[in-house]
Design a protein around this ligand. Structure first.
Ligand SMILES: *Cc1c(COP(=O)(O)O)cnc(C)c1O
Length: 235
């Protein structure tokens, strides 16, 4: 198995190549290392290799790792999993970003619970861009409504949109939902004085397609850390 440092280098090279291929500025795409279900030791290896942005899906698991890594002060934590309304407090207090805001109630609670001593919480609205009935996220029309309502929240900074499109293997098919998300961001920026600058899209299997369509954050788990441990065998 390649080391995490080697895997990180490979993913960084893929990002650079994709930036070049799209005539984008080198360094314009942020790599978010998705460390859900990975032990703290794996995060430490990534930190030693220069990684500072981490994505987590489960609040309790994330809190344990954040406490263990409290001495590393320049880490940035992104919450990317589904968020229940009664769990917004730790999300507001312990994270720099929440990518999965998909209803007004969540936004209102995060705004109210963001601690005073911290800068506004960066948030993305999660969009169900492929229109799958099973998927979390707002329809494009509901995204527009919620984006307008976000202007009222002083403790939140609406940075952009996030999506997890249906998997596709053909690169042209992969690009289609990413393009739709970019066009939605452009429309919202024209309609509202929001100045959103973030498209959180692209994972291990489709980051090149996402970067070609304007991703500014790619969320990569497997290709950085290797396969996630199976909870059934490690519990
Ligand atoms: C797990 C996860 C990822 C990373 O997926 P990989 O296929 O392992 O790269 C990205 N985004 C979200 C929202 C996830 O839950």
């Amino acid at each position: 198995m390649p080391s995490i440092a080697t895997r990180l280098e490979t993913v960084r090279r893929r990002i650079r190549e994709a930036e070049k291929a799209a005539n984008r500025e080198l360094g314009s795409v942020t790599l978010l290392a998705v460390s859900k279900m990975q032990p703290v030791d794996a995060l430490q290896q990534a930190i030693a290799a220069g990684q500072r942005e981490f994505g987590e899906n489960y609040l309790q698991e994330a809190a344990d790792k954040q406490d263990e890594l409290a001495d590393t002060t320049d880490l940035h934590w992104h919450f990317i999993g589904p968020l229940q309304s009664n769990k917004t407090k730790p999300a507001a207090a312990r994270f720099d970003w929440v990518h999965s805001v998909d209803r007004l109630k969540l936004a209102r609670r995060l705004d109210g619970q963001r601690p005073e001593g911290l800068p506004p919480l960066n948030v993305c609205l999660q969009v169900n861009i492929s229109g799958e009935s099973s998927k979390a996220g707002l329809s494009p029309a509901d995204t527009e409504t919620l984006a307008g309502e976000m202007l009222q929240f002083e403790r939140l900074r609406l940075r952009g949109l996030m999506a997890i499109p249906a998997p596709a293997s053909d690169p042209e098919k992969q690009r289609q939902p990413f393009r739709a998300l970019r066009e939605l961001l452009d429309r919202l920026n024209q309609r509202f004085p929001l100045h959103m600058d973030t498209l959180s899209m692209g994972m291990s299997a489709d980051l090149e397609a996402a970067i070609a369509e304007g991703a500014t954050i790619v969320r990569v788990g497997t290709d950085v850390f290797g396969p996630r441990p199976d909870p059934a065998t490690t519990a």
